[in-house]
Design a protein around this ligand. Structure first.
Ligand SMILES: Nc1ncnc2c1ncn2[C@@H]1O[C@H](COP(=O)(O)OP(=O)(O)OP(=O)(O)O)[C@@H](O)[C@H]1O
Length: 457
C-alpha cells in the first residue's frame, strides 16, 4: 500500500517521540525532514552536520526499526546534510524549540539525580536555540549524550551573559540523568584555584588531585581567569591530561577563544583547541523574543507581543540583562497595578544604560585601549578598515558621552569635517540597532567609559 510521505513521517515522529528523550528528539529528529520515500529507500535531510553524524552513529537502529514497523518491510535509510539548504546562517532560520505565548510551558526534564553544583534551571529544555548558538547547542548535546568521544575538550566561547554557563550545566544535568552514578563536577576557575591554594596550605595536594581526577565530566567555567596563574595552569594541565587520557569529558567555557587568552601556557592553549571550539554569538531579535517568551512561560506570565518586541529590541547583547529587564518590567507593572503595555513599562526600561558625562580624552583612551589602535591613528587619515571603523566608533561615543558639537568632535579627531562626524554617528546608530556584534562592542565601550569617568569623579 502506498503511503504519502507526510503521513508516513508524522507516524515516524509520533513513534520516535516515545522512544527517545525530549532533547534528543527535538535536536536531531524533529529538525530533520524526509526528502524521498520509495519502495526501497528513505532519504532524510538533517538540519546540520552534527545531526547527520549523530543520527547515523547512535539512532540508526531505532529509526530503522520504526520505519520497518510502519512500512511493513525494510528500506535502506540514507541520511544527508546539504550545506546552506538548511537555513544555517540565514537570518530566518527557525528555532529548535517552537512555542507560542499561549501554550503551557512544556515540562523541563525532571532530573532523576540531582547535582548540587548545578543550577536546576540550566537545562536543555529551557534553552532557546537560534542561529547564534545552534552549533554550540548541538555540540553540547552530542557531548552530553556521548562524553569523551568526539569533542574533547568542548570549548564554549562567547561574550558576557550569552548562555555559556547554561549550556555547560545543561550538559551536566543531562549526563547525570542518563547516568546517575557519573561524577559530574561543575567548577569555576576561581574555585579550582582556591581549592588548589587550600590544598597546598593544608599540605593535602593528593586529595585535591584525587578529587578532580575522579570526574567523569569536568565542567570548568570562566577558564580565561586562569591567565597568568602559573601554578594553577600547571596543576590544571595534569588534571586535564589525566582525564583526557582516560576518555573522560572536559568542557571549558570562556569569554574568548584559547589563542586570545593572554599568558596561557602554549601547551594548555593547544590542548584547549584540540577538541571543538564552539562559539556563541549575541542572539538576533527573533531569538531574543523567543527567549523572553520562554522565560515568561516558565514564570506563568502572559506578555503582549509588542511588549516582547519592545524589550527584545532594547537589550541586544546580553541575555542576562534581557531577562533582568523583563523582571523589572513585570515587578513594576504588578506594584503599580497597571496593564502590561509598552507605554507603561518604558519608564523603567529606558535607557538600559545610564550615560555618564565623560571627557574627550576618556573617550579616546577607552577606544585606544579596547580596540588596539593608537590615538594618532584615530586623529590621522588612514583608511585602513580597522582604523576607520575605530574612528567612527570614537566619534559616535564622543557624541554620546560629551556635549561637544559636531565640528568640535571633528577637531578632536584631527580636524575632520562635521559632515564626516555626522555620517559616522548615523552609521554607528544604524549598526547598533541592526548588528548585534557592533551593539555589543558599543555597549562594552560605553560601560568602559562610564566606569573610567565614574572612578574619576
Ligand atoms: N539561549 C538561551 N535561552 C534561554 N535563556 C538563556 C539563553 N542564553 C542565556 N540564557 C539565560 O541568560 C542568563 C545568562 O546566561 P549564562 O549565565 O549562562 O551566561 P554566560 O555566558 O555564562 O555569562 P558570563 O560570561 O557572565 O559567565 C541565564 O539566566 C541563562 O539562563
Amino acid at each position: 500500500m502506498e503511503i504519502a510521505i507526510d503521513t508516513f513521517w508524522s507516524q515516524v515522529l509520533e513513534r520516535l517521540q516515545l522512544k527517545l528523550s525530549r532533547p534528543t528528539f527535538e535536536a536531531w529528529i524533529k529538525t530533520s525532514t524526509p526528502e524521498e520515500l520509495t519502495d526501497t529507500a528513505l532519504v532524510l535531510r538533517t538540519a546540520n552536520p552534527f545531526a547527520k553524524n549523530w543520527l547515523q552513529k547512535y539512532y540508526m537502529p531505532t529509526i530503522v526499526e520504526v520505519v520497518h514497523d510502519i512500512l511493513g518491510h525494510p528500506v535502506e535509510i540514507q541520511i544527508k546534510f546539504v550545506p546552506g539548504a538548511d537555513g544555517i546562517g540565514s537570518d530566518d532560520a527557525e528555532l529548535f524549540y517552537p512555542f507560542t505565548i499561549d501554550s503551557a510551558p512544556s515540562e523541563p526534564l525532571a532530573p532523576q539525580a540531582t547535582n548540587s553544583d548545578l543550577n536546576s534551571k540550566y537545562v536543555f529544555s529551557r534553552l532557546v536555540v537560534g542561529p547564534n548558538n545552534r552549533m554550540a547547542h548541538a555540540a553540547s548535546l552530542a557531548v552530553a549524550e556521548s562524553p569523551g568521544r568526539e569533542f574533547n575538550p568542548l570549548f564554549l566561547c562567547g561574550g558576557v551573559g550569552l548562555g555559556k554557563t547554561h549550556l555547560m550545566q545543561a550538559i551536566g544535568h543531562y549526563r547525570q540523568e542518563i547516568c546517575s552514578t557519573a561524577n559530574i563536577f561543575y567548577v569555576s576557575t576561581e574555585k579550582f584555584t582556591n581549592d588548589l591554594i587550600t590544598a597546598i596550605r593544608k599540605d593535602n595536594l593528593q586529595s585535591f588531585r584525587d578529587h578532580y581526577r575522579a570526574a567523569d565530566v569536568l565542567l570548568v567555567d570562566d577558564i580565561q581567569f586562569i591567565e597568568g596563574k602559573e601554578y594553577t595552569q600547571e596543576e590544571f594541565f595534569h588534571t586535564f591530561n589525566t582525564l583526557h587520557e582516560a576518555g573522560r569529558q572536559v568542557v571549558l567555557a570562556s569569554d574568548r577563544p584559547p589563542n586570545q587568552i593572554p599568558r596561557l601556557q602554549e601547551r594548555l592553549c593547544s590542548r584547549f583547541s584540540m577538541g571543538l571550539i564552539a562559539d556563541i554569538q549575541p542572539p538576533d531579535l527573533e531569538t531574543r523574543m523567543a527567549i523572553l517568551q520562554k522565560k515568561a512561560e516558565y514564570e506563568n506570565m502572559r506578555l503582549p507581543r509588542e511588549v516582547v518586541e519592545y524589550i527584545a529590541s532594547s537589550y541586544v547583547s546580553n541575555i542576562r540583562e534581557l531577562e533582568g529587564a523583563l523582571i523589572r518590567a513585570v515587578a513594576y507593572i504588578s506594584i503599580a497595578g497597571l496593564p502590561m503595555t509598552v507605554e507603561n513599562i518604558a519608564p523603567v526600561l529606558n535607557p538600559p544604560v545610564e550615560k555618564v558625562e565623560a571627557s574627550p580624552e576618556a573617550v579616546i583612551s577607552s577606544v585606544v585601549e579596547a580596540l588596539g589602535v593608537s590615538a594618532e591613528d584615530l586623529k590621522g587619515s588612514s583608511r585602513r578598515r580597522e582604523i576607520s571603523v575605530a574612528r567612527q566608533i570614537g566619534m559616535y561615543l564622543m557624541r554620546q558621552h560629551t556635549d561637544l558639537s559636531l565640528p568640535k568632535i571633528g577637531e578632536v579627531f584631527g580636524g575632520k569635517d562635521h559632515t564626516t562626524v555626522l555620517y559616522s554617528c548615523e552609521k554607528m546608530k544604524d549598526l547598533k540597532e541592526n548588528d548585534p556584534n557592533m551593539a555589543q562592542t558599543l555597549r562594552q565601550l560605553s560601560d568602559r567609559i562610564n566606569l573610567a569617568s565614574q572612578a574619576r569623579k
